[in-house]
Design a binder for this molecule. Structure first.
Ligand SMILES: O=C(O)CCC(=O)C(=O)O
Ligand SMILES: [Fe+2]
Length: 288
């Protein structure tokens, strides 16, 4: 762990060895104490590649044939792919939004977030059998450089409207999966270790940004957030960061010239007294 210094002592978690097999009891206790856990090399990289291939197919289908000239292999490492995606986002923000929305229900996203090793690890962290969990809110984020429309300020995942399957947050978690190298310069997710112990925060501000194509964001008072160390995990494809639903965290700032691609799944323990039964909904985003 390297301390990059700041009033709030931001620590970059990197340089950990890859681990294999089930989570150890130390890892499970670390998650219980800190509200997060970085697991190296758990995610099948081929499944990550399939998600990236899906994104490329959607850009070809809805963004234009010129995307077909950019090869599938190394798509996210190709500066041209990022230039073209950013140009589409600028010139056709609605189409970029459609691609963003459809990405969420691509079959490859479901496979990524329901792979065996991941479900087993989630089951270990939630103390349930992997067949006793729901998974939903599959999310593939595409965070543009210097974005102020869609980045998320300090929040708890338990608070999201219409997505809450756990009214308390203590029996659910988010698996946050980088689809590329994510580091402080392109927006490592920022975490407040131990903040999950406070439980669901009450005086929480949620607001819709007053900008076109902006999404809702959240705010938790500085007083609460600054009581904690801030940790920014540096991760590569194959890694996963588990976040308890009550953990306070926020998007990092992407100061690179590329879109940051990440994925998430949210897992809930159906045996929990806090579990809220619900169903997922298909909402058309084009041609209606
Ligand atoms: O990846 C990020 O920037 C954080 C996103 C996040 O916390 C969320 O989507 O709930
Ligand atoms: Fe979040």
């Amino acid at each position: 762990m390297m301390n990059v210094g700041a009033r709030q002592s931001i620590s970059v978690v990197s340089e950990q060895p890859q681990q294999a097999g089930p989570l150890s009891s130390e890892e499970i206790s670390f998650f219980a104490d800190n509200g997060y856990l970085v697991r190296r090399g758990l995610i099948d990289r081929d499944l990550v590649q399939n998600v990236i291939a899906s994104a490329r197919h959607l850009f070809v289908r809805f963004g234009g044939d010129h995307f077909a000239r950019i090869g599938e292999r190394g798509f996210l490492e190709n500066p041209l792919a990022h230039q073209e995606m950013l140009s589409l986002r600028k010139t056709h923000p609605r189409m970029f939004g459609v691609i963003y929305d459809v990405m969420q229900s691509m079959a490859s996203m479901h496979r990524l977030t329901t792979q065996d090793e991941l479900l087993s690890a989630c089951g270990q962290l939630l103390s349930v059998n992997r067949d006793q969990m729901t998974v939903g809110n599959f999310l593939c984020r595409m965070d543009a450089p210097h974005d102020t429309r869609n980045n998320l300020d300090w929040h708890q995942d338990v608070i999201f409207d219409g997505e809450v399957a756990d009214e308390d947050g203590c029996d659910g978690l988010t698996a946050w999966i980088p689809l590329m190298h994510v580091h402080p310069d392109n927006g490592s997710v920022m975490l407040c270790p131990g903040s999950q112990h406070v439980g669901r925060i009450q005086n929480y501000v949620r607001y819709k940004r007053d900008v076109e194509h902006g999404s809702e964001t959240h705010r938790i008072s500085d007083e609460i957030v600054n009581a904690y160390e801030h940790v920014a995990p540096e991760v590569v494809c194959g890694d996963v960061v588990f976040l308890g639903l009550n953990l306070i965290h926020r998007s990092g700032t992407n100061t690179s010239d590329r879109i940051r691609f990440t994925a998430q799944g949210r897992y809930y323990n159906i045996l929990s007294p806090h579990f809220v039964p619900g169903k997922l909904h298909y909402v058309p985003v084009m041609g209606t």
